[in-house]
Structure formats: structure tokens, C-alpha cells
Design a protein around this ligand. Structure first.
Ligand code: AMP
Length: 292
């Protein structure tokens, strides 16, 4: 595995790799969720390029940029063992040199839920990913379903800006008790870690309500809320259209089936966890009462 630190080196090395090239952007502190993205890229592309960059542009002023976990030597070892051909790990100054002043604003899809709790977050994500797509020139880029709104934002950016890359989505990897793997799980105390799967249980309760035939969005969300107890504190729970993150009211009879997501976020102490579960609503079903 080649490790490069500058945009010029990354661009040159990426262009020399056999096609199709799969790109796996990460912020490091790697876990098996990241490695599932690498495995999918390895299985479906001729070459794999990973990136490790803790992107300051997607962190708010009072967020965890400075203390975000960093574990470069171990990350590089795991990526090499997973079959990555090229690792790009730039500095902040390399990605955002003096004079940098162009950003990508993904519009309405980036303003809801995570976008409303973290103003500017998706502008940071869209900007860094657009830059990485341009540097890598990869045919495919791999992202985790766990960050469902990030996927919706990037699909939107790629479509609107005609970026020549296909977004591939890899299912969420979980611990045995259902907790979605996340670099931020490292922030949890042992008692918080024990409570954390309550978020997954809430999302399961929501999709189970739909499977039982519940069509009222408020009752679906209430089924989830019943699983959120102290020390968990709800940030949001909802049912949204997977592509737009607009809360989903109905699928008109005779319409097409739509992919919906039960989405949720909870606070546990100073840490906020994020997760979602997909389900498809058949054309004749309706989820009533959407408010957002
Ligand atoms: P991050 O390093 O947190 O920015 O994540 C890098 C990529 O890994 C993103 O596409 C995430 O959606 C993805 N990812 C993070 N956690 C998981 C997980 N538990 N399962 C699958 N993909 C994940």
C-alpha cells in the first residue's frame, strides 16, 4: 500500500491504478464498519483508494474536532491488511491552503435533522467529498448506510453537479447487541455503552410497528420513543424519505413503493449517537400525520 500526503501525489498515484477504482473516504479511528466499506470496494473494483482526513470544515465550533480519536499507524496497518492499494492522508493545510474559499452547499436535504443540529456540517461533508472525488478520479465511492443523511446529501450533490462517480452504500455494521459501530462509541463510559443499544431498539420498534401495519407516523415514532429511557435523551426520532430526508406522510395509493428510513439520534452524556433502519412502504400503504 502506498501512503501519500499531498494532493499532487494522490492524484498521480490514483490515476496510475487499474480501473475501476473504488474510493473509501474516512476520518480514521477505523472499526469493522469502515473495513466493510473497504471489503465491498475490494470485491467490486480493480483498485481501492482509502482516505483518512479529520475534516475541520464539517465540525462546528463547539464540537469534537480537537479530541476526535486519531490512530494513524494502526489504521494504516488495518487498511493495508484489508487490501487497500493507496492511502491518502493529507494535512489540513494541504486540503485547505491559504486562500481556500469555495464550498459546496447541498441545499435543503442538508438542513434537516443532522443539518439542523449541526449547522454547516453537510456543507463541510459535501465540500471535502467533492474535493476527494476530484483528486481520486474514482469511478465509485463507498459510504456507510449508518450515516443515511450523508448518503442522501452526497447522492444529491453528485446528481446536481454531474460528478462522474457512483455512490455505493454499504449496510450498517453493528455490535452483537445492535449498537452501530462508530468511532465516537469510544467516548462512552461502560454504563453509557450498556445503555447505548436502546437507540437500535427504538428503531426496531418503529420498523416493527410498520410491519404490523401501523400507518400513523406519530404512533410509529411513539413506538420508538417508548424504548428511549434515561440515560438516553432523544435528539430526534422520525420516519423520512431516504432520498430527501423529508418526514414521510403517505405513499399515495397507486404510487410507487418508496424507501423510507426510521431515523434516530440520542444523547448519552456528552456523546450523541446516530442510527437508522430502512424499510419499504408498499404503494397502497399510507403513513399519516407528517409535520416537518
Ligand atoms: P467516518 O470515519 O465516521 O467519517 O466514517 C467513514 C465512512 O464509514 C462513512 O461512509 C460512514 O458512513 C462509514 N461507517 C461508519 N460507521 C459505519 C458502520 N457501523 N457500518 C457501516 N459503515 C460505517
Amino acid at each position: 500500500m502506498d501512503i501519500v500526503r499531498t494532493v499532487a501525489e494522490a492524484d498521480r498515484a490514483a490515476r496510475a491504478l487499474p480501473r475501476p477504482l473504488g474510493l473509501v473516504p474516512t476520518m480514521g479511528a477505523l472499526h469493522d464498519g469502515h473495513l466493510a466499506l473497504v471489503a465491498r470496494a475490494r470485491a467490486t473494483c480493480a483498485s481501492v483508494m482509502a482516505t483518512i482526513f479529520v475534516n475541520p470544515l464539517q465540525f462546528g465550533p463547539n464540537e469534537d474536532f480537537a479530541k476526535y480519536p486519531r490512530a494513524f499507524p494502526e489504521d494504516a496497518r488495518r487498511l493495508e491488511a484489508a487490501g487497500v492499494d493507496l492511502l491518502f492522508a493529507p494535512s489540513v493545510a494541504e486540503m485547505y491552503p491559504t486562500g481556500f474559499d469555495t464550498t459546496v452547499d447541498p441545499g435543503a436535504v442538508g438542513t434537516r435533522y443532522e443539518g439542523s443540529l449541526r449547522p454547516g456540517h453537510f456543507r463541510g461533508v459535501a465540500t471535502v467529498c467533492t474535493k476527494l472525488f476530484a483528486i481520486a478520479g474514482a469511478e465509485r465511492a463507498f459510504f456507510g448506510a449508518k450515516d443515511g443523511q450523508q448518503v442522501a446529501v452526497l447522492q444529491h450533490v453528485v446528481r446536481d453537479l454531474h460528478l462522474p462517480v457512483a455512490i455505493e452504500v454499504v449496510p450498517t455494521q453493528r455490535d452483537g447487541d445492535g449498537l452501530a459501530l462508530s468511532s465516537r462509541n469510544a467516548y462512552l463510559s461502560s454504563s453509557e455503552r450498556a445503555a447505548a443499544p436502546g437507540l437500535y431498539r427504538a428503531l426496531r420498534a418503529m420498523t416493527a410497528a410498520v410491519e404490523r401495519g401501523e400507518t400513523d407516523r406519530h404512533r410509529i415514532v411513539a413506538a420508538g420513543r417508548a424504548e428511549v429511557h434515561m440515560p438516553l435523551r432523544e435528539a430526534y426520532l422520525d420516519v423520512v424519505d431516504a432520498a430527501t430526508f423529508v418526514s414521510s406522510d403517505a405513499v399515495a395509493p397507486g404510487g410507487v413503493a418508496r424507501e423510507l428510513l426510521a431515523i434516530g439520534s440520542v444523547w448519552l452524556g456528552q456523546t450523541r449517537l446516530l442510527d437508522n433502519l430502512p424499510f419499504v412502504v408498499a404503494p397502497v400503504r399510507a403513513i399519516a400525520g407528517a409535520a416537518r
